[in-house]
Design a protein around this ligand. Structure first.
Ligand SMILES: NC(=O)c1ccc[n+]([C@@H]2O[C@H](COP(=O)([O-])OP(=O)(O)OC[C@H]3O[C@@H](n4cnc5c(N)ncnc54)[C@H](O)[C@@H]3O)[C@@H](O)[C@H]2O)c1
Length: 288
């Protein structure tokens, strides 16, 4: 519906959100489309970090099925995944990059822009978990593990956001999706994951804050997965994982494809009015 503007009310209206937005309000609404068109990613260029396996690979598979061209980022070689995901309609390339190194992130994103011409969707998903328990034991006396965790889970997302944000601003559009965790909402038991939980809460709020900072040109959201069967938790014994299962209302870990669908929604035009939100996909864990 178009809001009628009366002759005596025709003064220009601007956003209070930021002094950087000078366009007149209301902004134009997107055209109405069929549900198939809304969820399609045909013609879009998507970048996914941590794409070699797990949730990142599942996102890449579903984005490819939805028609997107893909740039896969991982610190491991993803050339096999690249071949598997290529089809007649999309371009897929892989890039080896440690997201905790800002110079590597900057040069990789710049190379992707050269190779694909633009970036429409960026999924900052690469992450590692905290394996050394409570923070006051001797095993944690040097800060190597802590620094590495902050470097990948928090700084890595920040660097990716910063460099892709410039491309989004240049083109006046873009969708950034950050992988947070249910650990941003609760403290896991019985394991102690405090530094991990802190990184996930931080990136959830990074998404919310950027949704405001970039409201004139991009949408930014996060996804908070619950326990997922990806390899990330393989260091835990079966009996320990059993304790995790016993606390999940749906009684099992998620398969990666069950998490990835939330990213398809957020990346697509189906979510054109969604920004600054977090989608929990946790089997009901945080409902208790
Ligand atoms: N599996 C779970 O239970 C779970 C739950 C909530 C949130 N998450 C989050 O989901 C994301 C994906 O995790 P996953 O479960 O698929 O784990 P995973 O270990 O299967 O995948 C993580 C990927 O990130 C890559 N990676 C790690 N460090 C990197 C670096 N420095 N630079 C580039 N790539 C790097 C790895 O090579 C791997 O491909 C993470 O952010 C994780 O914290 C996982």
């Amino acid at each position: 519906m178009t809001i009628p503007i009366r002759k005596d009310e025709d003064e220009e209206i601007f956003s209070f959100i930021s002094n950087e937005f000078h366009d007149e309000l209301p902004r134009p609404s997107p055209p109405k489309k069929s549900v198939q068109e809304l969820f399609s990613l045909t013609g879009k260029v998507a970048v996914i970090t941590g794409a070699s396996r797990g949730i990142g690979l599942a996102i890449a598979e579903q984005f490819s099925q939805a028609g997107a061209s893909l740039a896969l980022i991982d610190y491991l070689d993803c050339s096999k995944q690249q071949l598997d995901l290529m089809n007649d309609d999309n371009l897929v390339k892989s890039y080896q990059c440690d997201v905790s190194k800002s110079d590597q992130v900057e040069s990789t994103i710049s190379k992707i822009e050269q190779d694909f011409g633009t970036i429409d969707i960026f999924v900052a998903n690469a992450g590692i978990v905290w394996k050394t328990g409570n923070i006051i034991d001797e095993t944690n006396d040097n800060y190597k593990g802590y620094d590495q965790l902050m470097g990948v889970n928090l700084n890595g997302v920040y660097y990716c956001a910063r460099f892709v944000g410039r491309i989004f601003r240049k083109h006046g559009k873009g969708s950034l999706i950050i992988t947070s965790s249910m650990s941003a909402h609760i403290s896991n038991v019985p394991m102690n994951l405090t530094p991990y939980n802190v990184t996930k809460a931080a990136v959830k709020h990074l998404a919310k804050s950027l949704a405001i900072e970039w409201a004139g040109f991009a949408r930014i959201n996060s996804v908070s997965p619950g326990y997922s069967d990806t390899g990330l938790n393989d260091h835990l014994s079966r009996s320990f994982r059993g304790k995790m299962w016993s606390l999940i209302p749906l009684g099992r870990e998620a398969q990666p494809f069950e998490i990835a669908t939330a990213y398809v929604y957020l990346a697509s035009d189906a979510a054109s009015y969604v920004t600054g939100t977090d989608i929990l996909v946790d089997g009901g864990y945080t409902a208790i």
